[in-house]
Design a protein around this ligand. Structure first.
Ligand code: SAM
Length: 283
């Protein structure tokens, strides 16, 4: 029997395995064996919109049909978790302000004066804009070029990012003084990020598994990749972490989400205890 919410379509174990592996190879996100009902529910709407009669037909469309590219975008929107908010895991932003930034400014003082920070898997933009506010709050960076590069695989999330208009739930952890300083209040309790903040951030539609696209990004001083790799399988997690290692300057920092670690991966990063947080550092 099909579950309610699956619009009459039922996913067999074989269809689940095919689609699950397809998703993993395309974007790294991995659904464990127990998550068939979730995948079935999330993709039933996609398959029915296309008038398909089975998930096997949906799989073939994703692989071979001329509508493939367009449907891949729909697939991404259905399977990604885009939950985020301003100043999430604030101890990491304190570490950025009080320890990481001073270290970068000191280390690079006699070189090109640019600080580059990558928000990898930025969702709807709250993370890179929070980083931008940290930079703006630090007077010492005024004479520096400040570049925040933010990417996501979801085009819809990037549209929201570029618009920069947020509801109360995105604002739940931001200090009132920063809310007052960097947002304009609009109708219906919405808050618009000021251009001063926006101008520091460039958004790009990039899949973290695309080595050609990653090759176009510059070398970074810090990578924030929080609450992204927790959805990946081990192999793709390792691949992305290695890409971060390549993209970081020597002495550069990697910050993962609090629920994530590199413990089971062997990487070149050192684990460093800062006052506010544990971070990874390229030697
Ligand atoms: C839970 S959000 C994390 C947002 C933010 N980093 C934070 O911690 O609040 C995860 C984001 O990762 C993105 N994502 C997942 N797989 C990706 C991939 N292969 N390439 C780029 N972004 C990806 C999703 O679209 C989603 O917006």
């Amino acid at each position: 029997m099909a579950f309610p919410g699956t619009l009459g379509l039922q996913m067999s174990d074989q269809e689940f395995a095919l689609i699950r592996d397809f998703i993993r190879d395309y974007c790294g996100i991995y659904f464990e064996n127990g998550s068939k009902a979730i995948v079935e529910m999330r993709l039933a709407r996609n398959a029915t919109k296309l008038n398909l009669r089975s998930f096997l037909d949906y799989y073939y469309l994703l692989k071979y049909d001329e509508r493939r590219e367009q449907e891949l975008q729909e697939l991404v929107e259905s399977i990604t978790t885009k939950e985020t908010y301003f100043f999430r895991e604030v101890s990491q932003l304190k570490a950025l302000a009080e320890e990481i930034l001073p270290d970068i400014l000191q280390r690079k003082r006699s070189r090109e004066r640019v600080v580059r920070i990558w928000s990898a898997g930025c969702a709807t933009g709250e993370e890179p804009y929070s980083i931008a506010m940290v930079l703006l709050e630090d007077g010492r960076t005024e004479a520096w070029r400040r570049e925040i590069i933010a990417n996501d695989i979801s085009k819809r999330a990037l549209q929201v990012s570029r618009l920069g208009l947020y509801g109360e739930s995105s604002m739940r952890a931001i200090a009132p003084a920063l809310k007052q300083k960097y947002f304009r209040r609009e109708e219906n309790n919405r808050y618009r990020v000021l251009d001063q903040v926006k101008s520091l951030v460039q958004f790009a539609h990039v899949n973290l598994l695309s080595s050609e696209r990653l090759a176009l990004l510059p070398q970074m001083d810090v990578v924030f990749c929080r609450n992204v790799l927790m959805y990946f399988d081990q192999e793709h997690r390792r691949r992305v972490v290695n890409a971060f290692f390549e993209k970081l300057e020597p002495g550069g920092f990697l910050l993962l989400g609090h629920a994530e670690s590199l413990m089971s991966l062997s990487t070149g990063f050192d684990l460093v205890q800062l006052t506010h947080d544990l971070v990874y550092r390229k030697p």
